[in-house]
Ligand binder design. Sequence first.
Ligand code: IFM
Length: 773
Amino acid sequence: MAMDYSRAADWIVAEDSFDPEYLGKCESIMCQGNGYLCLRNATDEFNPGEQRDLFVAGTFNKFDDNEVTELPNAADISRLDLRLDGVRFSLLTGKVESYDRALNLKTGETTRRVVWTAPNGKRYQLVFSRFVSLDRLHLIVQKVEVTPLDGDMELDITGGINGQMNNGGSQHFSEGDKRLFEGRHMQYNQTTGQSGIHFVFHTTFSFAMDGVPQDEKGFIVMDRRIIKQEFKVAIPAGKTLTIQKLSTVYTSRDRDSEGLELSALQEKALAGQKGICALGYDALLAESARAWSAKVWDNVPVTIQSENAFDQLAIRFSQYHLYIMTPMHDNRMNIGAKGLSGEGYKGHTFWDTEMFILPYFIYSAPEVARSLEEYRWLSLPGAHKKASGNQYEGAQFPWESAWIDDGEVTPVWGAADIVTGLPTKIWSGFIEQHITADVAYGAWEYYQVTGDQDFMDRCGYELILDTGKFWASRLEEGTDGLLHINDVVGPDEYKEHVDDNAFTNYMAAWNIRKALEYSRQLKAERPELYSALDKKLGLAALEPQWEEKLNRIYLPQTREDLVIPQDRTYLTLKDIDLTKYKNQKNVGSIYRDYNQEQITHMQVSKQADILIMFLLLENQFSADVKRANWSYYEPRTLHDSSLSLSTHCILANDMGNRDMAYQLFSSAAAIDVGPNMKTSDAGIHAASLAGIWQSVVFGFGGVRMLDGKLRIDPALPDAWTGLDFYIYWHGQKLHITLSHTALNIENLTGTETVELTVYGKAYQVQGQICVEL
Ligand code: IFM
């Protein structure tokens, strides 16, 4: 079984055959959603080992005190049991004569075409299609077309709503009401045990024979946590029966349903269900496809001219997932590390948002970026709780976040320790602290690129000042008279309990510097806002502290060979031969030979650490320093986190190593959509997908915001002849077209002049400019 990229130019990601060993791959990469909900693409028929997931953003629930809160796996509406002339349809039996399963990235529709010979020798053609509407947030639509190929047939269809789902055994819901309305609309509701969120589901079947609607009467079945209908339909030879199943999900977490009694929510959801039933699959699909075009494909497309069609497919795949994973409708929610595509990382939000995903939205859909940073501002109470719980001041953001007032939700125990035989303790929730500066950086980056003063006044200044306050309290007095940040995990999670992780210290210093700068600026220019923030945060007392501490914070410096120590001990640790792990097929193989404790004492890195600093604080480091550190750390980095490759790709391009950059881009691009069938079982890699866009636009496209200024220093890989993309800068939409010899920038908005530099030369664009490269 393999992925099929032969229709990449037609926006199609496909698999060419069915293999029950690899169900997780397409369940994840072909998941469908709209940021409100997301349905994993488990096949309609049951398969052992499948992972059938339906998530609604923000509906977190904590099963019990031994577990952390997570996104509950809601009732399933996707399963359909079919019996063809009395024989259960299953690709594990009989013979699969032909098979094709495809995701059309342009429309968001998946289609699975099968010709199947049943064990009794009769042949059938089945086409399964489904989509989740991009703009009707509650809607999931399925269609199955069944054609007998050997004479008349009788088809039994069973489907409905199944509340027996769980998350790895944890059942998050209590059972609720079941009811059938008007003989066709099945209703089921369930309520989360701890957070008390009501979910109301409806599903409705309809049938047509060769396009002519049929009035089929179903037999209603109710069972424990299940409501379903059974239908029996005769299909004459040469005819095709089309089954449509339209489903909706509403929850009491929905902003426009807050405070509704369950009965009112049920009524509202039923009315919604009846409304969409009046429309059919094709009309709803066309409407959703139009929404995809308007929002993404006609608005901010990225076009790569290359002989290698996979590159174009990969960037479209990345954009597709960025929209289905992001709760654009509600600023109380953020993006999970696996989006909404699987149970991995429990739907929690990490630094992945600010460092990897946020830039996409800042430059492509600033209003979405604003919503993501408003989530952080709304989460400040949780950040205060975390800081004070650790005897610090200000806002300390949780390493993993869920609902806005949850605070820290990182699980404490993880995978097996091969030496002790115990679960490994996950220290990130306790001491991976750089996230606090990352959040502040995200807010600042949003402001610099958009100029959104209203956001800054309401949320941005407070985020930067309150996090600056945290860092001032976090610094530790050293015997050398300097201030240190001891006992942390940096971005490289293979190193635990380290002192003075360079990334953490530099980012903390950046955060404090920005806080001081803004505090002074507000005092001088915005006395009212300053006084409100001073009252909240005590700015007058903080300013002298910030100033004094900035002078004494320890920032690891370059050695003679220009290498900066990643932390106090990294460069003194033993080197081991990493060849085996560098050539591994699947990530994390080092854990098969060593435990975390042993890995902490070797010069081996999981992911980009110091190197991210060179991107964020680019102007602070010379090209020589970047090159020296790249050459030192990359050979010791296993890229065991999917976050690693895009950072390396962008830096490789910055250093002029275009071949290496392209190789790294190709590896990053392949993580989810690529041919390895085991990479995505627990869900797609959200940050890495955004990293593909960063590699293209920040890497090869050369776009960067540096100290508030736009810089475009492009360098295309040899494999590409052109690149075309759009970015927003201070409300102006720029269309950027690139070849190896020319850079064309058109200001499509044209209401203001955009200033930028290209390879050190300044330009102003209100209309269009062309720069020879
Ligand atoms: O945030 C990342 C981390 O950097 C590496 N482990 C996985 C996390 C979630 O993607």
